[in-house]
Design a protein around this ligand. Structure first.
Ligand SMILES: *Cc1c(COP(=O)(O)O)cnc(C)c1O
Length: 377
């Protein structure tokens, strides 16, 4: 920070930690300290040796425990983040036809990746206006061999329950859980691929993708290869699964990211697991939405309380109050990344409420917004 903020916020109102980004998001200082303490025997060492493979093993077994994965499910990881996994799914998980629920930037992006793939038929895309959630059309998906769902649409702050659209059918259920995984409860029997990246609820850096894969999801890339489909090796889920089974990755991963993610997974497990982690986000969400509903200057953007995300809140501000100006004044006081998702184009704040964020800090944030708003009015 340089200079005195134009609207200084008194120290007793400020949150203990000012990071409210929706991704990258707050990394717990304890995890950074642990990384520094262990660095000499970990950072800058071979990813094919025990110091690193044992850390990957802790990550994979920790995630299997956190999500209570049934027998036969596998934790698979690799480089490239969720965006890379979309391409892998396009080659390895969709046979010909997919049905997508698209209700924001991220869910739409996967649908357009699939739409551009010359080896697949045009996907069926069910859309809904920003701030709402599409319903599966009845009788839809008769032709679909994969459903693409998004547990939490990070661009709009809309969440949906993960449930098989067609229980007992052969279609795979692929769930983009990038911002939900670790902060929302989920039943593994309801998905075949639950994929995410470390920079949201897992409070680490970006760059990796992680996927929890069912036996049916693990079998599909092999079946497609047997039909003669060519897959770029880097996007081959079978190769990634084989490397992961040895607690390795196909190519060199970011070791710090893996370390920070393990720290977060083990922190969640030590405190009570996924139920506890989700309850942290729910507590933050109750504070933030409760404040917005009672406020004269703020309103939750998502009208239906049942669709409101517990991990990413979108809060519309009174038109007389410029949200970017509010976010700028917060930033000048060390409260970071409350700006809206740029392409949504609304006068709103977007707040990450991942498990690493202390609900008490969310409460402090509301007082800081009120403080800035009163002085801008
Ligand atoms: C952040 C995010 C992504 C993109 O993740 P990358 O790791 O940056 O590719 C995709 N989907 C959702 C729902 C996200 O929140």
């Amino acid at each position: 920070m340089s200079g005195r903020p134009a609207i200084p916020i008194p120290a007793d109102l400020l949150p203990g930690d000012g990071r409210f980004g929706s991704g990258p998001s707050k990394v717990r200082p304890e995890a950074v300290d642990a990384l520094a303490a262990g660095a000499a025997h970990y950072l800058g060492t071979s990813h094919r040796q025990a110091a690193v493979t044992s850390t990957v093993e802790r990550l994979r077994s920790g995630l299997a425990e956190l999500f209570a994965l049934p027998d036969g499910y596998q934790v698979v990881l690799g480089n490239g983040g969720t965006t890379c996994f979309w391409d892998m799914a396009t080659f390895g998980l969709i046979e010909d036809h997919s049905l997508h629920l698209a209700f924001g930037e991220f869910s739409s992006r996967f649908a357009s990746v699939v739409g551009a793939a010359p080896h697949l038929s045009s996907p069926e895309v069910v859309t809904a206006p920003a701030g709402t959630r599409p319903q599966l059309p009845t009788g839809a998906g008769g032709r679909a061999d994969a459903y693409a769902l998004t547990h939490n649409e990070t661009s709009t702050g809309v969440a949906m329950e993960v449930r098989r659209p067609d229980p007992g059918g052969d279609a795979l259920v692929l769930v983009d859980a990038t911002s939900a995984a670790g902060g929302m409860q989920v039943d593994p029997s309801q998905f075949d691929a639950y994929y995410f990246a470390p920079q949201k609820c897992f409070a680490a850096d970006g760059g990796l993708w992680v996927a929890l894969l069912s036996p049916a999801a693990l079998a599909r890339p092999k079946a497609l290869a047997a039909t003669g489909r060519w897959t770029p090796p880097f996007l081959d889920l079978s190769l990634a699964a084989a490397a992961s089974a040895r607690d390795q990755t196909v190519n060199t991963p970011a070791l710090a990211t893996i370390f920070l993610m393990v720290d977060q997974v083990e922190w969640m497990l030590a405190n009570g697991g996924l139920e506890w982690a989700a309850s942290r986000s729910e507590a933050s969400a109750a504070i933030l939405y409760g404040w917005a509903e009672a406020s004269d200057i703020a309103t939750p953007f998502v009208a239906d309380p049942a669709d409101r995300s517990p991990v990413v809140a979108t809060i519309d501000l009174d038109p007389a109050l410029d949200a970017l100006a509010v976010a700028g004044h917060l930033r000048a006081n060390g409260i970071l990344d409350t700006e809206p998702y740029r392409k949504l184009g609304r006068n709103q704040l977007r707040i990450g409420m991942y498990p690493a964020v202390d609900p008490g800090d969310v409460s402090a944030l509301t007082a800081c917004i009120d403080h800035v708003a009163a002085r801008l009015a």
